[in-house]
Write a protein that binds this ligand. Structure first.
Ligand code: ZN
Length: 275
């Protein structure tokens, strides 16, 4: 059994059915990564009663500043308040150069700085998102030791080395299945087994067998990503699955099990309890 280290189950249609399907392919844990503090309550509700699930509190760089500087400041205040809901980590936070408007870059930097402060203050792991800004992110992280992950890592082996030296795990997603990339493969092989994570990023980053034929990725596609990683690293798929599962479990303090009803138990009453 193993763990999807990063997905957005709360943004997927019919999450309960997706959990059933995920258990069938061997997942017994997953981390539901946050993109906005407004989603925190729903993320937390999805994890309730499911020991293998955890959620992280985020302000994603694509989201930060997307609605102007005033809204961005309010979202940062909401991020600080929502730490009281006891997330398992802080993120997604980070830098994404696809959104290069100066206000948005400023909002990304402010959300990143705040998120890093909150993670340190509350001793929580970080979930970092970075596209095209490794040098700047590495310099923001410099001078401290970090616990956490860089999700959907797309940097070079040299950049991987620098994140590893800061204490971070590196997570790889569906892009591993999208065809050969010497750069990605070198980076994947540079990560020691005990710092490796595998994720679906569902509903995003759909792996190759389904890409183009289905509109949304699902956590149950995880084995396709793990199989690609195992083949590229020359490792046994089952051993890799066990190792990356243990890595994610200890990083985010996950329990075991997606909280499915035991065979034959009655369907829970979906109506809210009477007061
Ligand atoms: Zn994500």
């Amino acid at each position: 059994m193993t763990v999807d280290a990063h997905n957005h189950l709360d943004r997927c249609p019919a999450p309960a059915a997706l959990l059933d399907e995920a258990a069938v392919v061997g997942l017994d844990g997953m981390v539901i990564a946050g993109v906005s503090p407004a989603a925190a309550l729903a993320q937390r509700a999805l994890c309730a009663g499911r020991p293998g699930l955890a959620w992280t509190l985020g302000l994603h760089p694509e989201h930060a500043g997307a609605h102007g500087p005033a809204a961005a400041a309010e979202e940062r205040a909401a991020l600080t308040r929502a730490v009281q809901l006891r997330p398992a980590g802080i993120g997604e936070i980070g830098l994404d150069r696809r959104f290069s408007d100066p206000d948005r870059v400023g909002a990304q930097r402010a959300a990143l700085a705040l998120g890093l402060d909150l993670a340190q203050a509350h001793a929580l792991p970080v979930v970092l998102h970075v596209v095209g800004a490794h040098a700047e992110l590495l310099s923001a992280l410099r001078g401290a030791r970090w616990r956490g992950m860089v999700h959907a890592f797309g940097g070079s082996a040299e950049e991987a080395e620098r994140y590893l030296n800061l204490g971070l795990h590196l997570s790889f997603g569906g892009a591993l299945t999208w065809g050969p990339s010497k750069r990605r493969e070198r980076a994947l092989r540079a990560v020691p087994a005990e710092r490796l994570l595998i994720e679906t990023d569902a509903p995003d980053q759909i792996p190759a067998p389904w890409r183009g034929s289905t509109p949304a990725g699902r956590p149950a596609m995880w084995p396709a990503v793990a199989a690609a990683a195992a083949a590229l690293r020359g490792e046994e798929p089952a051993a890799l699955a066990a190792q990356v599962g243990a890595n994610a479990r200890s990083l985010f303090g996950l329990g075991v099990g997606l909280g499915l009803r035991p065979e034959g138990s009655p369907t829970p009453d979906p109506r809210p309890a009477a007061r």
